[in-house]
Design a protein around this ligand. Structure first.
Ligand code: DAV
Length: 382
């Protein structure tokens, strides 16, 4: 295979902000409601206590989300970005493994949750929920294509956990709020520490450094696996925590880097005090996101994510950010920070748990691995 060694590798993304060349945008086709399982207890948001729907999403809900996803595709293409889409997948099919059964799967709206590009490597996460066990499948054809196209591309699949009952802390969902507050520094959530568990969306890339949030979807064993897998390849992996988030899942509504030296931070979820100096002592500034336009109560009834989907923005370059169309306060803040702000309607995608960052997986950005944290204490592999 002939590859120009001077060219950007087919898979190349070292951070969240370098100029974007190629990206995967999710699809709502075939999506189902997420089933209740030990790692997830979906609830209808209207407070009615109505049972959460099961099975395939209605055609209209899928069409509305697909229309907005198509709008994002068009916007990215107009910016000169190559856009790829997942393969169709039968999410309505039940799963049965030696350790668990689940009545249906979920969707391919949020490739970010399962797939991550770390430099020239594609990494498939373990995932943390039964209904998402096979969620890598809609992306495998693309992975093979990229892997075949350029010998500089590597591909790693994390060990699949059993997702047996023993992997979960069953009573987690019933803890009263006072107990959650009391336990907030223990960082014990619905998954135990017995197996390696992580979702890709708990990671955020800063060149040589990758931060990983400990959460309902990523445990300490998962972070140890990431450290031991990535550090020999020249990355440094840093666990991070946001103690006031009692239901943490995925870092991209909490701590969002926009360009070298600047992070968009969730004002209700400050980073743990001892984890802040890594940023401040290396010249990084945290700017607080404004309150979202919708309150948690006003989010779509079947959406399981918080109002902070507002800050789930997608960077096209260190100067250009895509923001949800109605999030005017955030758009104004970004403009005041000298970003060109592009907007796209995306409210109907919220029902699937994500916004612009969640619904994408960047394959290729310009740039190389940089060290944005030159003054870091030595951290041996844990
Ligand atoms: O704030 O609810 C949602 C992230 C979804 N992938 C939140 C995090």
């Amino acid at each position: 295979m002939m590859v120009n060694p001077e060219s950007i590798p087919v898979v190349n993304a070292w951070n969240e902000w370098d100029p974007l060349r190629e990206i995967v945008v999710g699809s709502a086709t075939g999506a189902c409601f997420e089933p209740t399982e030990p790692g997830n207890r979906p609830q209808v948001r209207d407070g009615s206590g109505a049972p959460f729907p099961k099975g395939l999403k209605p055609d209209e809900a899928i069409a509305r989300a697909n229309e907005e996803l198509a709008g994002l595709v068009a916007l990215l293409q107009a910016q000169g970005v190559t856009v790829r889409r997942p393969e169709p997948h039968d999410f309505g099919r039940s799963l049965k493994t030696p350790a668990f059964e689940v009545e249906n799967q979920y969707c391919s709206v949020c490739p970010r949750d399962v797939m991550i590009t770390l430099g020239n490597e594609i990494l498939e996460a373990t995932m943390s929920r039964r209904a998402r066990y096979f969620e890598y499948e809609p992306y495998r054809k693309l992975v093979y294509e990229y892997w075949e196209a350029d010998p500089r591309v590597s591909w790693t699949v994390a060990p699949k956990p059993t997702m047996a009952d023993s992997m979960y802390r069953k009573d987690f969902w019933d803890w009263p709020m006072e107990e959650r507050h009391a336990r907030m520094h223990a960082h014990e959530y619905c998954i135990t520490q017995d197996e390696v568990v992580f979702d890709a969306a708990d990671m955020s890339r800063f060149g040589k450094d990758v931060i990983v949030q400990e959460s309902m979807t990523t445990n300490r064993a998962g972070i140890r696996w990431l450290k031991r897998t990535l550090e020999p390849k020249g990355f440094r992996v840093h666990p991070v925590h946001f103690p006031l988030d009692y239901f943490p899942s995925h870092i991209d509504c909490t701590f969002v880097p926009l360009r070298p030296g600047l992070v968009l931070a969730n004002p209700e979820r400050p980073i743990r005090e001892d984890e802040l100096p890594m940023f401040t002592e290396n010249g990084w500034k945290l700017v607080e996101a404004p309150q979202p336009v919708l309150s948690n109560e006003e989010m779509p009834a079947y959406c399981q994510s918080s109002k902070w989907l507002s800050m789930n923005v997608l960077s096209v370059s260190p100067h250009t950010v895509i923001c949800e169309e109605q999030e005017k306060p955030l758009q104004d803040l970004l403009s005041s920070l000298d970003f060109e702000v592009l907007t796209v309607p995306f409210r109907h995608v919220f029902e699937y748990g994500g916004s612009l960052h969640c619904a994408t997986w960047d394959i290729r950005r310009e740039g190389t691995r940089e060290d944005y944290f030159p003054s870091l204490p030595y951290q041996p592999v844990a």
